[in-house]
Design a binder for this molecule. Structure first.
Ligand SMILES: Nc1ncnc2c1ncn2[C@@H]1O[C@H](COP(=O)(O)OP(=O)(O)OP(=O)(O)O)[C@@H](O)[C@H]1O
Ligand SMILES: [Mg+2]
Length: 282
């Protein structure tokens, strides 16, 4: 578990409730679910090509962690690219915080399965790259120090990234993602290449950090266990074309997530059953 060495005072919480002083965590009310709004999104990669996504309507609250689960080819990565503005949908639109998404922005960052760090740079230089791209010049060193400490890599700051294990590299990539203080993280199976223990530690840490910072997260995964470990809510995609076929809250306490208690196992079984039914539709 990552221990926070200092409270990240300068990290922005993006909850709609920030002005009321209430918790930023996952408002359940449908009316609050408008921080990310995917409306009528459909997609084909070519004019006469197959429909990859059809009529996707999805609303996500600020501070909510949503797992997007679906079989290979169901369009999860396509939807994530569309939300991020890296791809334009054939139909429909995405709004983030009320603004139509037309292109990528430092307010939302994507993180992929491979950490894609620059091997000739140190851990600190890699962690600072997002800040460089966001054209931040002031306070860069302090911010890099802060995020590296957040992911427990403070003592690796001056090491070459090639000296890090796979899990540590993924932590460095996560530090780089959160350094520019994004509001929204879009994670595309970021832990799938890691061994089960490293993966579980990172899943817990990323959830804890995201909740602490009030980040909204969309996490693409095949892994039901990962969804229950990390998410407040699971959205299930059926395939051919990808459509939303299920949307369910994940009700387990933080303690149950960390200990993977009986309650956690029951929730995993419930979600797996739902997913099996839906995946069978594809
Ligand atoms: N650049 C592309 N050009 C044409 N078709 C594509 C392209 N990228 C993806 N596709 C097709 O779109 C469909 C959805 O792909 P996508 O990568 O979104 O699925 P996914 O759910 O992320 O799968 P996986 O779990 O394997 O990563 C697939 O049938 C795929 O072949
Ligand atoms: Mg994918």
């Amino acid at each position: 578990m990552v221990q926070l060495k200092s409270k990240p005072e300068n990290l922005r919480a993006v909850a709609p409730s920030a002005d009321t002083g209430t918790s930023p965590v996952a408002p359940r009310d449908e009316a609050d679910r408008r921080y990310v709004e995917v409306s009528g999104v459909g997609h084909s990669y070519s004019r006469n090509g197959p429909t990859v996504l059809r009529s996707i309507d999805l609303k996500i609250s600020a501070g909510e962690i949503v797992a997007l689960i679906g079989r290979s080819g169901s369009g999860k990565s396509t939807l994530l690219h569309i939300i991020s503005g890296l791809m334009k949908p054939s139909d429909g639109a995405v709004r983030i915080d009320g603004q139509r998404v037309e292109k990528p922005s430092p307010r939302w960052v994507m993180m992929f399965q491979a950490p894609s760090l620059y091997p000739w740079m140190t851990v600190a230089q890699n962690a600072g790259l997002g800040l460089k791209y966001a054209k931040k010049t002031e306070g860069v060193d302090a911010r890099v120090k802060e995020v590296l400490s957040l992911v427990d890599l403070a003592e690796f700051a001056d090491r070459n990234v090639q000296d890090l294990s796979g899990g540590q590299q993924q932590r460095a990539a996560f530090a780089r993602s959160i350094a520019p203080e994004p509001e929204l993280l879009l994670l595309d199976e970021p832990f799938s290449a890691l061994d089960i223990f490293t993966r579980r530690a990172l899943q817990n840490d990323v959830r804890e950090i995201a909740k602490r910072l009030g980040l909204t997260v969309v996490l693409v995964t095949h892994d039901v266990n990962e969804a229950v470990q990390m998410a407040d809510r699971a959205v299930l995609l059926s395939s051919g074309p990808g459509r939303i076929a299920g949307d369910t809250e994940i009700n387990v306490s933080e303690a149950d997530r960390v200990s993977q208690s009986k309650k956690f196992q029951m929730e995993t079984t419930r979600l797996r059953t739902l997913y099996t039914e839906i995946a069978g539709l594809g």
